[in-house]
Write a protein that binds this ligand. Sequence first.
Ligand SMILES: Cc1cc2nc3c(=O)[nH]c(=O)nc-3n(C[C@H](O)[C@H](O)[C@H](O)COP(=O)(O)O)c2cc1C
Length: 176
Amino acid sequence: MKTLVILAHPNIKNSRVNQRWKQELLRYSNEITIHEIYKEYPNWNIDVLKEQKLLEVHSNIIFQFPLYWYSYPPLLKKWFDDVFAHGWAYGSKGDKLKGKKLGIAMSIGDKKENYLSTGSVTFTVDEVIAPFKASAVHVGAVTLPYFAVFGASFQASDEDINQSAKDYIKYIFQHK
Ligand SMILES: Cc1cc2nc3c(=O)[nH]c(=O)nc-3n(C[C@H](O)[C@H](O)[C@H](O)COP(=O)(O)O)c2cc1C
């Protein structure tokens, strides 16, 4: 079964990391489905049934996005609000995500060493993504370890980003 990548970047044309990752994902189109929500929903009117059906036919789902204000880009947050609905994702009859594997692949502007309790961010990445992990628990899904590239704003070289694209594919296949 193919892995579904929900890609949320508000401006992919100006992206270095997510653009490069997308290019790498496209080389594996037999194994990976890419769903770009900012392209699909320029007016933010999310077709909830369509999204739910897409999730239903995949058991491994990765959310790929740049970290903005220690969180998702806003359309992805809306996507969760709309798509992970009561009676479908949770509640007494909502079990459609139960047992599915959910992961996060993020580009992070700041340096890795800053994402520590003793660093300038004062939180680890695992702490930053707690809302995602709690959401996965709430819908009975399994959370995969996150995948990230750090220094995405300035420090990461083209070579680092190329390497991260290869590592991202490995991460996806490792968690199939
Ligand atoms: C609105 C906005 C908010 C951001 N917030 C954060 C942040 O909270 N933490 C961080 O490390 N980087 C932050 N960044 C930097 C982005 O994570 C970085 O630009 C992005 O990961 C680069 O990926 P791209 O080349 O695919 O666009 C922010 C950037 C923008 C534009």
